[in-house]
Write a protein that binds this ligand. Structure first.
Ligand SMILES: Nc1ncnc2c1ncn2[C@@H]1O[C@H](COP(=O)(O)OP(=O)(O)O)[C@@H](O)[C@H]1O
Ligand SMILES: [Mg+2]
Length: 197
């Protein structure tokens, strides 16, 4: 199994690219989906979070109150590391478990924080979706209704565009419109299929 780690800054187009690989029937493993699924009511991950962050993070129905968790981390930045220490090992273990269940030649593993978590060695190939920062900010503004200050804070909490490009084995340029994007994915699909053979 040839493991392609798909990463890129917020709003650069990871989900858009993953969907294009899906149209080639490549299996997609999504770290964000895994992170959400890990904190369902009564899960071991949610138990650990509540022990660390307090019962205020739990709704009456036993669900994680994400807004409360975000507020705690915003007010106590050192708590962010504690949350990462709980979640990241569980996310990477679940990614590996899902990889073992696949029988395709290659798979796409969408991991927004692949470089930030220093887990480059967990994949065989690092595929970076890139776009210029002004475009990135515009897209996130449209999608998430955040103001430019909030978006800048997120961008600066991630590795720089230069570092991401330096670590890439291949780069998808997503500054332009979608037809060109599909062509780039098509080319990489054939490359990864051959690589895995
Ligand atoms: N090439 C593009 N041109 C215009 N808009 C795009 C393009 N690629 C993605 N978008 C839009 O930008 C937003 C961010 O893309 P998305 O794939 O969700 O990014 P990510 O998953 O990296 O955060 C989405 O609303 C998406 O539809
Ligand atoms: Mg996404």
């Amino acid at each position: 199994m040839f493991k392609v780690g798909l990463t890129g800054g917020i709003g650069c187009g990871k989900t858009t690219v993953a969907n294009l690989f899906k149209s080639h029937h490549a299996p997609i493993i999504d770290a964000d989906e895994i992170a959400h699924a890990l904190v369902t009511p009564n899960s071991p991950a949610l138990d650990q979070i509540i022990k660390c962050f307090g019962k205020d993070c739990l709704s009456p129905s036993g669900h994680l109150v994400r807004a409360k968790l975000r507020e705690i981390i915003f007010n106590h930045p050192q708590k962010k590391k504690q949350l990462e220490d709980i979640m990241h090992p569980l996310i990477y273990a679940e990614i590996e478990r899902q990889v073992q269940c696949l029988s395709s030649s290659y798979c796409i593993i969408a991991i927004p924080l692949l470089l930030e978590t220093n887990m480059q060695s967990s994949v065989d190939h690092i595929l970076v979706v890139d776009c210029i920062e002004t475009e990135q900010i515009k897209r996130v503004q449209l999608r998430d209704q955040l103001d430019s200050q909030q978006i800048n804070a997120i961008i600066h909490s991630q590795v720089s565009r230069d570092q991401r490009l330096a670590e890439a084995d291949s780069i998808i340029n997503n500054t332009q419109d979608n037809p060109q994007l599909a062509q780039q994915v098509n080319h990489l699909h054939h490359l990864f299929s051959k690589e895995a053979a």
